[in-house]
Design a binder for this molecule. Structure first.
Ligand code: F6P
Length: 357
């Protein structure tokens, strides 16, 4: 591909997809073209910077209609060749060194890396090697530190809340216990927010290990007080007290919903059904909130490139867009605080977190 002579920036999407990725791409292209810059869309995450490289020029025409479209037109990969950097690797074989070299060859004034913690960790490593990086925070899990919100979370929340609403009516009709397993590998943001928004009776999150007997007591207690059905929302990374998170045979996280469902049935003999919501939470059109946040993030990332602000991630703080050092966004996750007002409020309404206090 022949590249033009204009000022040029690159952007890529990396890690699990999330609704709003395309909206960020659209915002970056429109804002950059307003400055007269060319935008290179690097394909398949950081992998597109390796070997013969995979990228394409993105014009305003390419991003038409993208605001509401789920997924990412640039495709994405989980880490790929970019595992933890081994300092013993010779430079010629080091994917990090190769990626920085590729950015130089492509003449990128900046590289915008749209992704979660894993992505921003790779981005920070590239920045340390001299690459002009600007991060954009994405993940439906909302667990990225350094920002109040990641885009994708609001849409996932809507999908999960809708599922709880639907489970409510069928649970009540059959006097059943319904267990909904939602995403949240390390943190319980989706389970907590959707559980509260959907009026769940029991919410199980990784930050508060549960006791199956306490869950059964809550179901029995509801029964004794005239509610013959119960709704349980469990984050995929939740775990029993003294235990660890659960994995499917193929080594992927999963199975906790069925574990909880079986435990409830064995202890209460109530008819119990389990629903695993899975990737439905990640697909489809972004909510208005996520479209807006993605748009603001995309515009802010181009402004950072214009201002020469590198090694930073755009971030939402008290409803204002700002930037934070990439180091602040990586190395640890934003967890649900067990004494936060959300948890305390939920408990005051009688929601059980499966723990004995
Ligand atoms: O990190 C986001 C997330 O949605 C997690 O909650 C989930 O465990 C993971 O992605 C699943 O990703 P994949 O199926 O792409 O490996």
């Amino acid at each position: 591909m022949t590249l033009g002579t204009r000022e040029r920036i690159g952007l890529l999407t990396s890690g699990g997809d999330a609704p709003g990725l395309n909206a960020v791409i659209r915002a970056v292209v429109k804002a950059a073209s307003g400055l007269g810059w060319e935008v290179l869309g690097i394909e398949d995450g950081f992998e597109g910077l390796l070997g013969s490289k995979a990228y394409r020029v993105l014009t305003n025409a390419d991003v038409q209609g993208l605001l509401s479209r789920g997924g990412t037109i640039l495709r994405t990969t989980n880490k790929g060749h970019f595992g933890a950097r081994q300092l013993t690797t010779p430079p010629a074989e080091d994917p990090y060194v190769q990626a920085v070299e590729a950015m130089r060859e492509l003449g990128l004034r900046a590289l915008i890396t749209i992704g979660g913690e894993g992505t921003q960790r790779i981005a920070l490593e590239l920045y340390k090697l001299g690459a002009p990086i600007i991060g954009v925070p994405k993940t439906i899990d909302n667990d990225l530190a350094g920002t109040d919100r990641t885009f994708g979370f609001d849409t996932a929340l809507q999908v999960a809340t809708d599922a709880i609403d639907r489970l409510h009516t069928t649970a009540a009709s059959h006097n059943r216990v319904m267990v909904l397993e939602v995403m949240g590998r390390h943190t319980g943001w989706i389970a907590l927010h959707a559980g509260l928004a959907g009026g769940a009776d029991i919410i199980l999150i990784p930050e508060i290990p549960f006791d199956a007997e306490v869950i059964a007591e809550k179901v029995r207690h509801r029964e004794e007080n005239g509610s013959s059905f119960s709704i349980v929302v469990v984050a995929e990374g939740a775990r029993p007290r003294g235990g660890s998170e659960m994995y499917l045979a193929e080594g992927r996280l999963g199975g906790i919903g069925h574990f909880v469902g079986d435990a409830i049935h064995q202890r209460t003999l109530k008819e119990t059904r389990v629903v695993v919501l899975g990737h439905i939470q990640r697909g489809g059109s972004p909510s208005p909130y996520d479209r807006l946040l993605s748009t603001r993030y995309g515009a802010a990332a181009v402004k950072a490139a214009a201002d020469g602000v590198f090694g930073e991630m755009v971030s939402l703080r008290s409803d204002e867009i700002t930037t934070v050092p990439l180091a602040e966004a990586t190395g640890h996750l934003k967890m649900v605080r067990p004494h936060s007002d959300l948890v305390v409020s939920a408990r005051s309404l009688g929601v059980s977190f499966g723990d004995r206090r």
